[in-house]
Unconditional design. Structure first.
Length: 231
């Protein structure tokens, strides 16, 4: 069926948004949505699992850790409305993967070009630290999503947790335990039947404000991943 993957992705998105599997995460995301940050007191927080976003025909997937408390959890779109989103989207724009350098809210006009963005965990975790059990509970959504994307060639993992989630996902797809050590800019190939994996530091203020990850370095890795996805 033509565009059946779009229908499958839409159905999976509905399933993800309705998920209430992890009690700790449900309580936390809803608490943040009620208490809010003072600067966003007029916002109606999303406060639900945050689905992936982007081009359903993409050959490149970017995978982050989880929604930010006052970013994705507020706006309802992954990597939207916070400092990490601003840094990443600006880099993606420079790499020709986004039509604009900002990601502010769901109706801001952002369009991804050949790229699709998701997260290893779909709900904001306390302290940005999901438990191993929460990561395990959310992983099947990612496995199913990646299997649906028809043109997937490269997964760019943003940070250590996303890196481990990608390894686990590819292991599930391969039916065998895959191993790799996180190194920024490293390319991992696990065979012709699996997507290539590229590792990058996460574009969080903790990394970008301390010089661990510069804009130049992130754009370089994005361009590398883009080139691999187009071959």
């Amino acid at each position: 069926m033509v565009n059946s993957h779009r229908t499958q992705l839409a159905a999976l998105t509905d399933e993800i948004v309705a998920c209430r599997m992890c009690t700790r995460l449900v309580d936390w995301r809803e608490k943040i949505g009620e208490q809010k940050r003072a600067s966003y007191r007029d916002w109606d927080y999303w406060a639900k699992p945050v689905p992936s976003f982007g081009d359903p025909d993409a050959s490149l997937v970017l995978l982050g850790l989880a929604p930010a408390a006052h970013g994705g959890n507020r706006t309802g779109r992954v990597f939207t409305g916070d400092a990490s989103a601003t840094f990443l989207t600006s880099a993606m724009h420079q790499a020709g993967l986004a039509n604009q350098p900002n990601s502010d809210h769901r109706d801001d006009g952002l369009v991804l070009c050949g790229a699709y963005i998701g997260a290893a965990v779909r709900c904001v975790p306390p302290g940005d630290r999901p438990t191993p059990e929460e990561q395990k509970a959310c992983l099947p959504y990612l496995v199913r999503e990646l299997k649906i994307l028809p043109n997937l060639k490269v997964i760019m993992a943003l940070g250590h947790i996303a890196f481990r989630a990608t390894l686990q996902t590819l292991s599930d797809m391969a039916g065998a335990k895959l191993r790799g050590k996180f190194r920024h800019g490293e390319v991992y190939r696990f065979g012709s039947s699996l997507p290539i994996m590229v590792a990058s530091y996460h574009p969080s203020p903790r990394n970008t404000n301390t010089g661990v990850l510069s804009m130049e370095a992130l754009v370089k890795v994005l361009n590398q991943a883009k080139e691999l996805s187009q071959n």
